[in-house]
Design a protein around this ligand. Structure first.
Ligand code: FNR
Length: 343
């Protein structure tokens, strides 16, 4: 039986090897404003999520922990997040609950980034006490609870029982005293589940749609006999999932957009659609691995610089103004919206 630490190492290397950029959100068109009447220096990128204030509307999403290599990566990610002044999340901390020797591969992020916004991460199977323990481990500002059913089913050694998750999530929200984000891991979320999550008190959802890292494909590469067919026909693409989430939230839910983001135009579109923040995982991992920490800092700063320019070209000086900018939904995304009764 493969141990959890080996599996994490496989995921990391496979995600790096299979990294590919895709043209997500191509069916959303932002409309140019030729008379924006605002100054570049006035553009304010700050945003907020469940009462947490961020200076910038991008974050590094959950990636890793639980191996020596992950220790080094988490250290670098935390230092990049500190330098660029963006929030970050660690990967699932379950491994550190099972074996204390792995705690340091997570704790390192808080040492490296003492004042930054950092999210803890665990699956929806967790008890409130487990959730509290992993938050304390890294003095987390918020907690991500991941939903990764396709990944579990694709894994030979994965879970097969997913009952009681909504109830668990509700109990965790009641128990921990920091904001909780429920997140997918790359297969998207639709409006029916968003409504259920809102009913149990969830205030923030990271849609993590299809279009970037794909855990069915990652898991299938680890197996001679895959448990699931290739992922190309499964999951809700990032654009469609974002529409589902924005439509169903009616401003009572903070949406984080993720799943395949690597370009400033896509980030601008997601924020214009109503996301509070855009989270990136495969892209920063790829840059960090191949080009190093300084290059990642420079790439993320470039994304923010370009975002500022695009906000100006939309006539928006704040993220809330960017949400008011007119945009067109075309092609397959329009079709998805029509078929699902989304305005
Ligand atoms: C992930 N992701 C992830 N998510 C989570 O909630 N807990 C985890 O432990 C992990 N582990 C993990 C490992 C690796 C190597 C990658 C690349 C990703 C999922 C991640 O946070 C995100 O939801 C998806 O990767 C989709 O975003 P990208 O990669 O397309 O930007």
């Amino acid at each position: 039986m493969i141990n959890r630490s080996d599996r994490k190492s496989d995921h990391l290397h496979l995600a790096i090897n299979q990294y590919d950029t895709q043209n997500i959100l191509e069916d959303i068109k932002l409309l140019h404003n030729c008379l924006p009447e605002c100054n570049y220096d006035e553009i304010n990128l700050s945003t907020s999520l469940c009462g947490l204030n961020f200076n910038n509307p991008i974050m590094i999403n959950a990636i890793t922990g639980g191996t020596q290599e992950a220790y080094q990566l988490n250290k670098k990610i935390a230092s990049v997040a500190r330098e660029v002044n963006i929030p970050m999340a660690v990967g699932s901390q379950k491994i550190a609950l099972e074996d204390q020797n792995y705690q340091d591969t997570f704790e390192v992020v808080r040492r490296e980034n003492p004042r930054g916004v950092i999210f803890a991460n665990i699956g929806a199977y967790a008890t409130p006490q487990m959730a509290q323990q992993i938050c304390e481990m890294i003095k987390a500002d918020g907690l991500q609870i991941h939903l990764n059913i396709p990944q579990e089913l694709a894994m030979g050694e994965g879970d097969r029982s997913f009952q009681g998750y909504a109830n668990n999530i509700a109990k965790i929200i009641d128990y921990v005293d920091i904001p909780v984000i429920v997140k997918e891991v790359g297969f998207g979320v639709k409006k029916e589940e968003i409504s259920k999550l809102m009913d149990i008190g969830v205030k923030a959802v990271d849609i993590s749609g299809c279009g970037g890292t794909n855990f069915i494909n990652l898991e299938n590469s680890r197996l001679e006999q895959p448990n699931l067919p290739s992922a190309k026909d499964w999951g809700i693409d990032t654009g469609s999932s974002l529409l589902e989430a924005v439509e169903s939230s009616y401003h009572n839910l903070d949406i984080i957009a993720s799943g395949g983001f690597s370009r400033s135009i896509e980030i601008t579109k997601a924020l214009a659609l109503g996301a509070r923040c855009v989270a990136l995982a495969g892209y920063p991992l790829h840059i960090l691995w191949h080009y190093g920490q300084d290059e990642l800092i420079s790439q993320l700063e470039q994304l923010l610089t370009e975002l500022r320019s695009m906000m100006l070209m939309c006539g928006a000086t704040s993220i809330s103004q960017l949400c008011q900018t007119p945009l067109l939904i075309t092609g397959k995304l329009r079709e998805h919206a029509d078929l699902r009764g989304i305005d």
